[in-house]
Design a binder for this molecule. Structure first.
Ligand SMILES: Nc1ncnc2c1ncn2[C@@H]1O[C@H](COP(=O)(O)OP(=O)(O)O)[C@@H](O)[C@H]1O
Ligand SMILES: [Mg+2]
Length: 256
């Protein structure tokens, strides 16, 4: 059985950062094999992990869309568009020593690309069985889950900054998960970038008003800022950095 974790929340709240650090925890504690999926159109999980920008499914989609207009069609004669897409998509799987990664990129472009989404859905259905963990970094919305592109999700971690509006945005996502009856088992909130790692009482009240389950508070961390500014992969942050220490409590609570 694959245990799947997806991240959601307003842009800039730290989804990719937390996703990368949790992935790093799973890798270092030997919980593999793991498949990381970067489902954000503006893909950057690779940067947190210190990997080159990989070929994305969106790139392949573009390539296939273009192929129909170009004189020199890359699709070999006798191969259908679907078969070619499938073949190219298989080559988009990044295989690292400790985990694999699939990067969606811009999969929602002009025109109808339903067949690409279908292939993507199939691909994930087929691949995810091979992994113990599926870790998905999302963009703000949950399109990939609501469209049924991702397999059912065991755990959604909503990431918010420590603003009232951030918490309200997380609350709206949680409500949407319920309203749409999305296939999700557990939803918890992580508040990130809290000054001194502590929550203001007003924010705590808002979390309760939104009916959210708070699983942890991560501090605003100078080291994250420095690493980001220097272009250093955040997975190389030492274990004693405040954000890592706070996250390890969350990981413990979640039994990951
Ligand atoms: N705990 C933290 N302390 C300091 N900076 C942080 C922290 N968490 C995230 N950041 C920074 O905030 C910015 C947005 O984070 P990111 O993970 O890309 O957010 P999202 O994926 O939700 O858009 C990045 O520059 C990141 O380095
Ligand atoms: Mg992100």
């Amino acid at each position: 059985m694959t245990y799947s974790i997806a991240f959601a929340g307003k842009g800039g709240t730290g989804k990719t950062t937390v996703c990368g650090l949790i992935l790093d925890h799973l890798v270092k504690s030997g919980k593999g094999p793991i498949l990381a999926v970067d489902a954000d159109a503006n893909a950057n999980l690779n940067e947190v992990l210190g990997l080159e920008r990989p070929l994305t499914l969106g790139d392949i989609r573009e390539e296939i869309a273009r192929s129909e207009l170009e004189a020199k069609n890359p699709i070999p004669p006798g191969m259908s568009k679907q078969e070619y897409a499938q073949f190219r998509f298989n080559s988009a799987l990044v295989e690292e020593a400790d985990f694999d990664m699939l990067v969606m990129g811009k999969t929602q472009g002009k025109g109808c690309y339903c067949f690409v989404n279908d292939i993507l859905r199939e691909l994930l259905e087929r691949y995810h069985q091979n992994y113990k963990y599926l870790v998905v970094d999302n963009e703000a919305g949950l399109e990939h889950i609501s469209r049924g592109i991702l397999p059912p999700v065991d755990l959604i971690l909503l990431v918010s900054d420590c603003s009232r509006r951030g918490i309200q945005a997380a609350g709206r996502i949680a409500a949407m998960i319920k309203d749409l009856k999305l296939p999700v088992r557990e939803v918890h909130l992580i508040v990130n970038r809290a000054p001194e790692g502590a929550l203001d009482g007003g924010i705590q009240t808002e979390i309760e008003a939104q009916g959210l389950s708070l699983i942890g508070v991560l501090p605003q961390d100078e080291a994250v800022y420095r690493y980001d500014a220097a272009g250093k992969a955040l997975v190389t942050l030492p274990p004693e950095t405040p954000v890592r220490k706070a996250l390890s409590l969350v990981i413990e609570k979640l039994k990951l």
